[in-house]
Design a protein around this ligand. Structure first.
Ligand code: BGC
Ligand code: BGC
Length: 622
């Protein structure tokens, strides 16, 4: 059997079927109910609760016996969770195999579902291809490409054995000051729905395919619609954090608005057969989504007919009623939560939920429903097939981070690049010019190109991962052999060059850490462009950032302006356009403001107040 699987995978590699699209309508998850319910009927309460419990790999694997003692049904690697042996493809695969081997030692031997945030490629693993973040993919307007990218991501994730990614994020950010803006495809619900659906198709394909992974649409619902708070964050130590915050906040809109702006991505993901959905940390009119029966059960499960399972966000359940964990668990599970992401407190979750059931505060029927939903997915994925090895298929290592995968990422980079300004025919740059002066702190920085959720939770500037090409390296390899390329981070010494290219923007961040009330460019970046301007040569400015930035004088000082957002590892996609090998086609997925005072500004802003520097959908070509 193992041999047959390997042969099928190898065949796929040869034929390149990983990049094909899947047209088949997925089989409904509830069609696996006979098997799932029969298994539930054989389970003890502890075995059932174990299926609902998701610890972090670090803590649970550091406690020998816990996988069996708690009948653990799922494990995650969080944003900063590397294998103990270090961050290598081998170590990740070994870790997965080790976790799986522990899981199947239980009485019923139910395999574990291993989840990770592969949100732009298998983005925790060194050497994986890092694709542009969703904000950039939104600029491509290309669902076929988004599907292909996610198919490749599925394959790289599967190369480590892992079968589940907490992706796609179908958030619809309405205020770009939010630190998670870049995780969203667009401020426009329709575009989010189209690309979110494509991403689910790409990741899941046919769920039973050993090259597919389970997708997770997140964060349900309205995470991108929170109202800006300017006081201290609730629960923050006194005097701390008294700044603008949007992350995990409260969405203060009526139900019609919530449905119109924030729901379409989920309707589309469910249409594509998404098997899991993550409720949001945020609240809707003061009620935590993770504890809302109206949202989780009435709307999502009953009205929209979602047949998969709900996974809570990282430690989110405890936030429902701070200081009263037991009531928090009761509220959440009764609201419809099916699996709990309890990275370190998994024992407390397990014991608390068992008590709640024994005391009659959580009905057994609710537990059975949750476990049936989880097992449906495991059956649909072939995890329960007796003849099928659940260990990683290491044949896939040969395609991990491959040139073929990088070529698709490069295509995505060039298709997402948006030309915002092009005066004095600055672009495209002839490859034979005498000298190009490159400047800016992001010109030679793969880490800044990749942004947050890359190797580390917060991302990291510099050589964050091997492979890939910085913008500077891409320029060096694109120009003619006679062209001199000089570089200074601050733009000094540009005099005498034919043209200058500045690469500026934001440093990596993730989640609330990236909430900012001032989207102005840093002084350092403005000084770089000012220095180049002083040299009296045309200046091309490339902005690498998680969202549109307030450009100020940089817009005027630049002859040409381009937005790359967070392009990932393949910098050659940028030079493909810069030097005219490909025409620019990218269109803004978010409105680009003139000033901080205009924010929030988006397509839902009343017309009389909608006065962006570049409107939604803007993008030049030649
Ligand atoms: C984030 C999720 C993520 C989870 C697991 C949370 O903090 O909100 O998007 O999937 O952590 O890393
Ligand atoms: C974890 C992330 C998680 C975050 C939540 C980090 O320590 O690595 O996975 O999303 O905490 O706050």
């Amino acid at each position: 059997m193992k041999y047959i699987l390997c042969a099928a995978a190898a065949c796929c590699l040869l034929l390149g079927c990983s990049t094909g699209t899947v047209d088949r309508k997925p089989k409904s998850l509830s069609s696996y109910d006979p098997e799932a319910k029969a298994l539930v009927a054989r389970m003890t309460l502890e075995e059932k609760i174990g299926q609902m419990t998701q610890p972090e790999q670090g803590p649970v694997m550091a406690s020998p016996g816990d996988m069996q003692k708690y009948f653990i049904g799922s494990v995650l690697s969080g944003g900063d969770s590397d294998p103990v042996e270090g961050n290598t493809l081998e170590a990740w695969t070994d870790l997965y195999d080790r976790v799986q081997a522990e899981a199947v030692k239980t009485r019923l031997g139910i395999p574990v579902l291993y989840g990770v945030d592969a949100v732009h490629g298998h983005s925790n693993v060194l050497g994986a291809v890092i694709f542009p973040h969703n904000i950039a993919l939104g600029c491509t307007r290309d669902p076929g490409l988004v599907e292909k990218i996610n198919r490749i991501t599925a394959e790289e994730v599967r190369a480590t054995g892992i079968q589940w990614t907490f992706s796609p994020c179908v958030t619809v950010p309405q205020d770009i000051r939010w630190g998670r803006t870049y995780e969203g495809f667009s401020e426009d619900p329709d575009l989010v729905a189209t690309l979110g659906e494509a991403a689910v198709r790409g990741l899941q394909g046919d769920l039973g395919d050993p090259l597919s992974v389970l997708a997770c649409a997140k964060h349900f619902v309205g995470d991108g619609g929170t109202a800006a708070g300017t006081t201290a964050r609730p629960g923050a130590p006194a005097g701390k954090d008294a700044r603008l915050w949007l992350d995990q906040g409260d969405v203060q809109v009526d139900e019609a608005t919530l449905r119109r702006v924030h729901l379409p991505g989920y309707v589309a993901a469910i249409r594509a057969g998404v098997g899991s959905i993550m409720p949001s940390y945020s609240s809707w009119n003061g009620v935590k989504c993770s504890g809302s029966h109206r949202l989780l059960t009435e709307i999502l499960k009953q009205e929209l007919g979602f047949e998969g399972f709900l996974i809570s966000d990282y430690n989110a359940i405890a936030q429902i009623k701070p200081g009263d964990y037991k009531t928090s668990v009761e509220i959440s599970i009764n609201a419809g939560m099916d699996m709990a992401m309890e990275p370190t407190h998994y024992r407390a979750f397990f014991d608390t939920l068992r008590e709640l059931v024994e005391e009659g505060r959580v009905p057994v029927a609710r537990i059975d429903d949750a476990v049936t939903r989880i097992l449906r997915v495991k059956f649909a994925m072939g995890l329960m097939d007796k003849g099928r090895s659940q260990l990683a298929d290491r044949n896939l290592h040969q395609v991990f981070g491959s040139d073929a995968h990088r070529a698709v990422a490069r295509e995505a980079v060039r298709k997402s690049l948006v030309v915002l300004k092009n005066e004095n025919r600055a672009l495209p740059i002839p490859k034979q010019v005498a000298r190009i002066h490159v400047a800016g702190r992001s010109a030679d920085d793969i880490g800044n190109q990749c942004g947050g959720w890359t190797i580390r939770w917060q991302g990291q500037g510099g050589r964050v991962t091997p492979g890939g090409t910085t913008v500077l390296a891409a320029i060096r390899s694109a120009v003619s052999p006679e062209t001199l390329v000089t570089f200074s981070p601050d733009g000094a010494g540009a005099e005498g060059a034919t043209i200058a290219v500045a690469v500026i923007g934001e440093k990596p961040y993730a989640e609330g850490v990236g909430d900012r009330d001032n989207l102005g460019l840093d002084l350092e970046d403005r000084a770089t462009v000012a220095n180049l301007k002083k040299a009296g040569i045309p200046v091309v400015t490339l902005v690498i950032s998680g969202r549109p930035m307030v450009l100020g004088d940089v817009a005027d000082r630049s002859d040409a302006l381009l937005a790359a957002f967070l392009p990932g590892t393949e910098g050659k996609g940028i030079t493909d356009v810069l030097f005219g090998d490909h025409k620019p086609t990218g269109k803004l997925s978010f409105s680009w403001p003139r000033a901080n005072g205009q924010l929030p500004l988006n397509i839902h802003t009343p017309e009389e107040r909608y006065d962006p520097l570049f409107p939604y959908g803007y993008g030049l070509t030649w």
